[in-house]
Design a protein around this ligand. Sequence first.
Ligand SMILES: [Zn+2]
Length: 299
Amino acid sequence: MIRNPVPWPDGAKCAVALTFDMDADSILHLEHPEDSTSRVSAISMLRYGPEVAVPRIVETYKRYGIKQTFFVPAWCIEQYPRAVETMLEGGHEVAHHGFIHENPTDGNRKEQAYWLQRSIDVIARATGKRPRGWRAPLYNFSDHSVDLLIEEGFVYDASLMGDDVPYVLRTKNGSLIELPAHWGVDDWPQFVQSMDLDYMMPIKSAAAGIDVFKQEFDAMWEYGGLFVGVWHPFCTGRLARWLEVVKLIEYMLNKGKVWFAPMEEIAAHVRTCIDDGSYTPRIDNLPYYTERVVVTQAK
Ligand SMILES: [Zn+2]
């Protein structure tokens, strides 16, 4: 079913990255700059992420001995330093997720480079290391993103949806490892209802929502894929949902042959396998298009 499964370490059947995007209230200020500060209930819902959920998530990871990746907008790193310290104390990776969750496809190349670089500086100050990975805010990977990431020395991207296994994004300037996910492993469609964020889903029961991710994991395990959860502390870190995630982690551990790792380690492993010839990735040459796609009706 998967033509080129990755040879995962120690004979693992699949790699698992339970990633969290700690957006906190950045998304509210971006969406409603004129009156975000008066939307106190929405702010409180989103602050639940750094204040309550992140310590809970890190504690669970510690109990099971797993290290993972948190994507954090730089504004949130400055606003919620304690949450970031908690991630670092747990030995987790803090990766790039924009400055204040701005949409890269809204800006020109220069503007995109500015926000990318400004956020790199914040991450380097907070963590002592430049970021190795990036997830575009709201998956908004632009036609400049790949070259900007290569210029800044990034190793991987985690914004695209083009495969079940890692693949390579290549341009004339270099290459990046892509660690793909998709909307089916994102927690917003399962659980988020917010009039302030204009996102209204019928909320699933905790068990039913997390069961969607379990099915995705089982399929990846069967065929040697990469399971990526794209989750948000304010959402999946809520108590009942997190209890279901704990059950899911135990299920994965009991099933066995699962490699839990931060995305930077997964990307480094894939790069090593490419270099030693044990893995032949799919290569996507970017840009996909160099001009607008215009189709006209035959005369
Ligand atoms: Zn986000």
